[in-house]
Design a protein around this ligand. Structure first.
Ligand code: 13P
Ligand code: SF4
Length: 310
């Protein structure tokens, strides 16, 4: 019922509903488009909708606004922040950049618009390797804010990028011990790991990749069982695409926790989505001076990604 009302309101108001893979299943089911952060940014850049509702977190809504400045951008809950974006305050990052004037600056999309404004090119986990590799091998680079993703990209590209010391509280919490125990119980399962996880966890992976890459792998692999080491919302699409396969969410360290959830993503409920469409609030805006600087590194990312077919 609520789902139908949401769809009706969206149609009346020429609104598009975008949802990240980490949102709850029923929000994903009502959305026009579900994707990883790269696909969501690409979608926001191309839409002609009058309203974009971003069921994700705040930096994703900011990215939509920067790429589609004429659209009204809404977010069901303004409290949907991101611990990784918060681990990189814009003033501190700008100072770090100023201290290394010979370095080009690469920022993960999980950053505030103000951080993107002092960045040369934005990346997501879906294109970080390729975009970093597009710089000459001897060009000094800063990478922020995720130290785990930065370490991973350094390890696969042979770079020594200077890393900002930030992290995601969800991906840092995965339990190595529980993963090892699950691997023992399910010796035939493939281990799928998001690159925001700690190095010790990543080392056990059969596949390291963005949410979209991990999802695609589950559809292409002949394997029947998977241990999934990223936010458990992704299991909704994995299970939907492959109902006969088994997906086991790897738990965090916290005792009694069966799976690992991003509390910010979970703030997106059907009720709040309905309210937000009805009242056209809360709206996400980006100050003009920041948007003007932040748009270039995001568009640069989208151009490179499109050229490389990512
Ligand atoms: P993706 O780019 O893989 O969608 O990841 C976004 C994110 O927030 C990971 O924690
Ligand atoms: Fe941010 Fe981590 Fe949540 Fe992704 S899972 S939105 S990085 S807090």
């Amino acid at each position: 019922m609520l789902k139908e009302q949401i769809r009706q309101l969206a149609a009346q108001k020429h609104a598009i509903i975008l949802a990240h893979y980490y949102t709850i299943g029923e929000v994903q089911d009502v959305a026009d488009f579900v994707g990883d952060s790269l696909a969501l940014a690409a979608k926001a850049a191309k839409t002609d909708a009058e309203i974009i509702v971003m069921c994700g977190v705040h930096f994703m809504a900011e990215t939509c606004k920067i790429l589609s400045p004429n659209a009204k951008v809404l977010i069901p809950d303004l409290g949907a922040s991101c611990s990784l974006a918060e681990s990189c305050p814009a003033d501190d990052f700008a100072q770090f950049v100023a201290e290394h004037p010979d370095h080009k600056v690469i920022s993960y999309v999980n950053t505030s618009a103000a951080v993107k404004a002092v960045t040369d090119v934005v990346v997501t986990s879906g294109n970080a390797r390729e975009i970093v590799s597009s710089f000459p091998q001897d060009e000094p680079l800063i990478f922020g804010p995720d130290r785990n993703l930065g370490e991973y990209i350094n390890s696969i590209t042979g770079r020594q990028m200077l890393l900002w010391d930030g992290a995601c509280h969800v991906h840092e919490r995965f339990s190595l011990e529980k993963l090892i125990a699950l691997r023992r119980e399910h010796p035939g399962a493939e281990i799928l790991v998001h690159p925001e996880c700690r190095g010790a966890v990543r080392k056990l992976a059969d596949v390291v990749g963005s949410t979209a890459r991990l999802l695609k792998h589950t559809q292409e692999s002949p394997c029947q069982e998977f241990l999934v080491v990223t936010e458990s919302g992704i299991l909704h699409q994995m299970q939907r695409a492959c109902p006969d396969k088994t997906f086991i969410p790897v738990p965090p360290d916290d005792p009694g926790c069966a799976c690992n959830e991003c509390s910010y993503m979970r703030l997106n409920t059907l009720e709040k989505l309905y309210q937000c469409l009805q009242t056209e609030a809360p709206e996400v805006v980006v100050p003009e001076d920041i948007a003007q600087k932040a748009v270039r590194p995001i568009e640069r990312m989208l151009e490179i990604s499109e050229k490389l077919g990512l």
